[in-house]
Structure formats: structure tokens, C-alpha cells
Design a protein around this ligand. Structure first.
Ligand SMILES: Cc1cc2nc3c(=O)[nH]c(=O)nc-3n(C[C@H](O)[C@H](O)[C@H](O)COP(=O)(O)OP(=O)(O)OC[C@H]3O[C@@H](n4cnc5c(N)ncnc54)[C@H](O)[C@@H]3O)c2cc1C
Length: 454
């Protein structure tokens, strides 16, 4: 029997691809799904932060499609900057930005693109990457500000290994033309998304979930790597021969018989938490944008979405369910009470015109999500390396790309299975401590099932 810790997408997918009859999953919550769990409250379906599927991987597309009915539609995100609404990506839609900053952005952008220093320049951190890609003014007013809000730290504290295709590197002409008028093409890396018609994003996991052996209410409280035993907070204990852990790596290590030096390495791993503020207003959504990025640093709101625009079944006709993400971390601790933050966020919605007036607010509630985004700071790789090397004596086989924030799955599936001697596996966004979207979590489970447990 393979023991799997955590019934989020990585745990569910591992069990499904290995074969549910060969796996036992232990989950602390009373429900499955982890971060893709969808909750119904005040008549609305709320995901744990906006979740849409934009995967290009055919296997995952088919798997999700065979789980539930879904809608596929183009997306039109927007940017909010000091009272201005700028279509996304802002780099190529500067026509909608305030004139003074528009000119500075274009001038800086041209200067940096024409600079002879560009040859052979390798940015040493994300701040340098941003300035190199966009010029100082755009870098500092838009992605720099957003980094402080979403990643909760200065761009110079981040590496660049996670950037990949996620940040847009615009063509000069697109920036110049987009500073005059709207372009006649989309330059966003996500053009269309899929979302279940019913049941929130969790519905995409229904096929994998069917038949899974999940014990709920089983919170791992201690792992003995030496004795190959898992202890749960209800006082029970199990032994394992083969273990897949999808629970956050710092939790796995902190609550274990690892020596202090390894626990110290685990404490170097940084993650943001998100406070989700969910607001129901008694009028329809005031904008059609699927989601909105907010750059103003005097506002708590980082990203906003309307849950009924994901699927009409998520909401109640004539009303809107607004979800606002507010991020914190060790770099940016929460300094006010949640009640004060919720109230400030409601005021921000009114100021931005997303709620007509205070009287229109029918209900608010919040959800604290402790593990939101792995922060790709400069300590991550070394800390991970230390932990992985230590775990190797207990059956973890190092993978050549295991420090990379992202996995190229086409390449991964071409590799030889990494070892029959392996008996300890990590899977998922927080289990592997990387930048996995939901499709990556599915594919990690498929990889384990099809290459290692065959
Ligand atoms: C705000 C936000 C928005 C996102 N938007 C998108 C999107 O639009 N598209 C997309 O593809 N992806 C999106 N993602 C990423 C996606 O949610 C994750 O990649 C994926 O859900 C992670 O799955 P996982 O199984 O690795 O981890 P998790 O979902 O965290 O699963 C781990 C499981 O382990 C359990 N667990 C933890 N500790 C213990 C313990 N001590 N004992 C027992 N069980 C435990 C947890 O309860 C959980 O069920 C988003 C993530 C966030 C935070």
C-alpha cells in the first residue's frame, strides 16, 4: 500500500494514476481538494482564490473535460492604477495609462531596449529583470508595485528562475502602438480559459476522486523518517513502506525526527498567505473583466474576481460575488485585524466603483489561506538542496531538475523512471516547494503513477 499525505490535487492524482486500490490517502480536512476546494456560502460558490484552467497539456485538458461539463471562454483581465483602468497586459495598453507616466514608460522602455549594455546582460534578481525588460518607470510603477503586494517583498529579493513565460516580454512595436491606441490583437499569455459549469473548480477533479481511499480528519502531527512511521493528531500511527507527501515541506520537516540543521533549512523556505475577502453585493458585476490586478500600494486589494463571471451557476442572478485577495508573509506581516482589513477592502471596492455604495453590501466573510504562493527568494534553492540531500538517506531519489520552480512535462515523461529503490516521494506545489499550477499537480501524479509505480 502506498501512503499518500494530503488529498489535494497532487495527492488525488497520485492515487488515481497509481491505482486507488493500491493507495491510502490521509487528509487533515473533512473534504478533498485542498486549494481547489470550492465552498458554497451566502448563495455563492467561492473557490480558494480564482481558479481557471489555462493548461495547454492535452492529457489534462481531456481528463478535466471528462470530469464535468465546462465552459470555455476568452478572458479580458484589467489593471487598476490610481483611478485608471488599463487592459491587460499594461505594457502594450499604455494608451489607457495617465499621460505623464505613459510618456516616461515609453521613453525608458526605448532607452533600455536600445542600450548597448544589453548584450550579455544576465539579470541577477527580479528587479534587474524587470528594469531590463520594461525600463525603470514601468518596472517600478506596475510589476514592482505588484510584486510588493502579491509576492509581499521587494523584487530584488526574488530570483528569476520562476519567471519563464509568465512575464510578458513585449515587442517594441507593440509597446509603441499600444501607447497610442488599443492593439488589434491580444498579447496576454492566457487567451481563453476553461471552468466547470457547476460545482466550482473542484469539479475538474471528480473523475480522479471517484473511488479514492481517503481518510479524512487525519492531520499529520509527526513523521519519523527513521522508523518509517506517521503519527496523527488523533493519537493514531501508521507505518509506511512507500510514502508520497504532498503536505507543505516545511510542515513535514518541522514535525519530524529531522535534526535541527535540516529544520533550520526548512525554516528558510518562504511562502505567502492570502486573506480572501468574499463580498456579496445586491447588484450585478460593475465590470466585465474576469479578474483585476490592483497596483495602488495604499490599497490592500491585490487581485479581484467576480465568482459568477467564472460560471453563472456560482452566483445568484442580479447579484455579484466579489473575491479580493490580500497577501501577507514573514516579509509583510498582517498589522491590522481581519475585521479592519475587510472593512478597508469594502471601501476600496466602493472607491473603485465595483460596489455602488455601502448599502449595497449584503454580506462579507473571509478565509485565511496559510499556504498561497511559494516565494522564490534567494534562500530557496540552497535550503531545498539541503533538505533533499538529507531525505535521500530515507529513500528520496534526487531528480536532476528538482530545484527548478517549473517542470517541462514533455521532457519529464521522456526520462527513465528514476529508481526502484526510491521509497519517498514529494509531490505538489507545497510538497515540492515550487511553482505548480493545477495541471502540474495532475501531471506529477501521472508521472509517479506511470513511471515509478508501474
Ligand atoms: C490564490 C490561488 C489561485 C490559484 N489559481 C490557479 C489557477 O487559476 N489555475 C491553476 O491551474 N492553479 C491555480 N492555483 C494553484 C493550485 O491551486 C495548486 O497548484 C494546487 O491546487 C496545489 O495542489 P497540491 O495538491 O499540491 O496542494 P494542496 O491543494 O495544498 O493539497 C495539500 C493537501 O494536504 C493537506 N494537508 C496539509 N497539511 C496536512 C497535514 N499536516 N496532515 C494531513 N493533511 C495535510 C491539505 O489540507 C491539502 O488538502 C492557485 C493557487 C492559489 C493559492
Amino acid at each position: 500500500m502506498v501512503v499518500i499525505l494530503g488529498a489535494g490535487l497532487a495527492g488525488i492524482s497520485s492515487s488515481y494514476h497509481i491505482g486507488h486500490s493500491k493507495c491510502q490517502v490521509f487528509e487533515q480536512n473533512a473534504y478533498a481538494g485542498g486549494h481547489i476546494h470550492s465552498e458554497i456560502r451566502d448563495g455563492f460558490t467561492w473557490d480558494e482564490g480564482p481558479h481557471v484552467s489555462f493548461t495547454k497539456n492535452e492529457y489534462v485538458r481531456d481528463l478535466f473535460a471528462s470530469s464535468t461539463e465546462f465552459a470555455e471562454y476568452p478572458v479580458f483581465p484589467a489593471n487598476y492604477y490610481k483611478g485608471y483602468w488599463i487592459p491587460h497586459p499594461a505594457q502594450t495598453n499604455l494608451y489607457a495609462a495617465p499621460q505623464v507616466i505613459r510618456e516616461e514608460c515609453v521613453n525608458d522602455f526605448l532607452a533600455v531596449r536600445e542600450s548597448s549594455d544589453r548584450v550579455d546582460f544576465t539579470p541577477g534578481n527580479y528587479q534587474e529583470w524587470l528594469e531590463f525588460a520594461y525600463g525603470d518607470t514601468f518596472a517600478n510603477n506596475f510589476p514592482g508595485a505588484y510584486t510588493r503586494k502579491y509576492w509581499t517583498t521587494e523584487p530584488k529579493n526574488l530570483t528569476t528562475d520562476w519567471v519563464g513565460g509568465r512575464m510578458y516580454f513585449p515587442a517594441v512595436n507593440d509597446v509603441l502602438e499600444g501607447a497610442q491606441n488599443p492593439l488589434d490583437k491580444s498579447t496576454h499569455y492566457i487567451t481563453s480559459v476553461r471552468y466547470p459549469k457547476m460545482g466550482g473548480y473542484l469539479s475538474f477533479a471528480q473523475k480522479m476522486l471517484a473511488g479514492a481511499n481517503i481518510e479524512y480528519g487525519k492531520k499529520v502531527s509527526f513523521t519519523s523518517f527513521e522508523n518509517r512511521a506517521i503519527h496523527f493528531s488523533d493519537g493514531t500511527k501508521i507505518k509506511f513502506k512507500k510514502l508520497i507527501s504532498t503536505i507543505p515541506l516545511p510542515v513535514l520537516i518541522r514535525q519530524s525526527d529531522a535534526p535541527d540543521v535540516i529544520k533550520d533549512a526548512a525554516s528558510q523556505l518562504s511562502c505567502s498567505s492570502v486573506l480572501l475577502v468574499n463580498i456579496v453585493a445586491n447588484h450585478p458585476a460593475q465590470r466585465e473583466n474576469n479578474w483585476i490586478y490592483v497596483y495602488d500600494e495604499d490599497k490592500y486589494s491585490s487581485r479581484i474576481n467576480f465568482t459568477e463571471l467564472l460560471s453563472p451557476a456560482n452566483g445568484i442572478a442580479g447579484k455579484t460575488g466579489i473575491q479580493v485577495e490580500v497577501y501577507f508573509s514573514k516579509y509583510k506581516p498582517m498589522k491590522e485585524s481581519q475585521d479592519k482589513i475587510i472593512s478597508a477592502v469594502c471601501n476600496e471596492m466602493i472607491e473603485m466603483g465595483l460596489i455602488q455604495a455601502e448599502d449595497n453590501i449584503e454580506s462579507t466573510h473571509s478565509k485565511w489561506v496559510e499556504w498561497a504562493n511559494v516565494i522564490f527568494d534567494h534562500s530557496r534553492r540552497k535550503a531545498l538542496d539541503t533538505i533533499y540531500n538529507w531525505l535521500a538517506q530515507y529513500g528520496l531519489v534526487r531528480e536532476e531538475n528538482d530545484l527548478e520552480p517549473m517542470t517541462d512535462w514533455d521532457q519529464q515523461f521522456k526520462k527513465e523512471p528514476h529508481a526502484n529503490s526510491a521509497s519517498l516521494f514529494l509531490a505538489g506545489r507545497f510538497g515540492q516547494w515550487n511553482y505548480f499550477w493545477s495541471d502540474d499537480c495532475v501531471l506529477r501524479g501521472k508521472y509517479l503513477g506511470q513511471t515509478i509505480f508501474m
